[in-house]
Design a protein around this ligand. Structure first.
Ligand code: NAD
Ligand code: RM4
Length: 253
């Protein structure tokens, strides 16, 4: 019970990694507020699963690309639970597309959701933590893509490097307030974001073959690392980036 009595907020948590993190945090005793975009049924079922564990949960609809969604999410969580101890910036998109003919709206939307969204949400959560006066923890879901390229991800990888960098700078800006800021860097985790990309058997086999631990990741593989960084076990960890990739990044030769 590493998060007993804590309130955790997670963006994009109706499915995938965000949902697994929400469930993992609740399992460790946290009350959880989840932000979601469209998937009302997914959000409602995550809330039910958390409540079945005896924890409190709310789901708040909002597009993280809209700067006004951030204060609305934080206010809704404060209204429900009284405070914000942990914020997880998870919402993200990766519409795989080639570089030379990248549609402008695909580029703009990816930057707005992944980078601007993380920025505004982190700022709103941090302001609430500073007002509370007793610290907090912020975790961004970055990616192995912060460290390596992808020819069909030229719009996406800069956003993942960006959120890792955001956590590094926020670690400095917020350290004096007792707020720790870290990122997790998932490798290839099977979720809706890459379902189509990994449906291609050669690509899937190639990606799985690059993982020393012998399999692609599951959303639940991120829950433990996120709970750890959120918890007091990580009391002296800030500005760090934790690869959660089954060893994929180091597997060069
Ligand atoms: P996913 O598609 O299952 O989850 C993404 C979630 O973000 C969805 O619930 C979606 O509705 C939500 N979302 C998208 N746009 C939003 C918006 N504008 N406002 C609010 N919510 C929005 O995919 P996932 O793999 O669970 O992705 C979660 C995070 O993990 C993303 O930031 C992604 O970049 C990152 N990541 C994923 C992988 C992977 O291999 N799956 C690897 C590294 C990093
Ligand atoms: C990740 C990484 C994965 C990819 C997802 C969409 O950051 O690049 O391999 O499947 O994004």
């Amino acid at each position: 019970m590493l998060l007993e009595g804590k309130t955790v907020l997670i963006t994009g948590a109706s499915g995938g990694i965000g949902r697994a993190a929400a469930i993992g945090c609740a399992r460790h005793g946290a009350d959880v507020a989840i932000n979601y975009l469209n998937d009302e049924a997914g959000a409602a079922s995550a809330v039910r699963e958390i409540e079945a564990m005896g924890r409190r949960a709310i789901a708040v609809r909002g597009d993280v690309a809209d700067p006004d969604a951030a204060p609305r999410f934080i206010s809704a969580a404060v209204e429900a639970f009284g405070r914000v101890d942990v914020f997880v910036s998870n919402a993200g998109i990766c519409p795989f597309h080639s570089f030379l003919d990248m549609p402008r709206d695909v580029l703009e939307r990816t930057l707005r959701v992944n980078l601007h969204g993380a920025w505004y949400m982190t700022q709103a959560a941090a302001n609430q933590m500073v007002a509370q006066g007793d610290g907090g923890a912020i975790i961004a879901v970055s990616s192995i893509s912060a460290l390596v390229g992808g020819g069909m991800q030229t719009h996406y990888t800069p956003t993942k490097a960006g959120v890792q960098s955001l956590m590094q700078s926020c670690a400095i800006a917020l350290g004096p307030k007792g707020i720790r800021c870290n990122s997790v860097l998932p490798g290839t985790i099977e979720t809706d974001i890459n379902r189509e990309d990994l449906a291609e058997p050669t690509k899937r086999a190639y990606m799985a073959g690059r993982v020393p631990l012998g399999r692609l990741g599951a959303p639940e593989d991120l829950a433990g690392p996120i709970v750890f960084l959120a918890s007091d076990l990580a009391a002296y960890v800030t500005g760090a980036a934790l690869l959660v990739d089954g060893g994929m990044f180091v597997n060069l030769q």
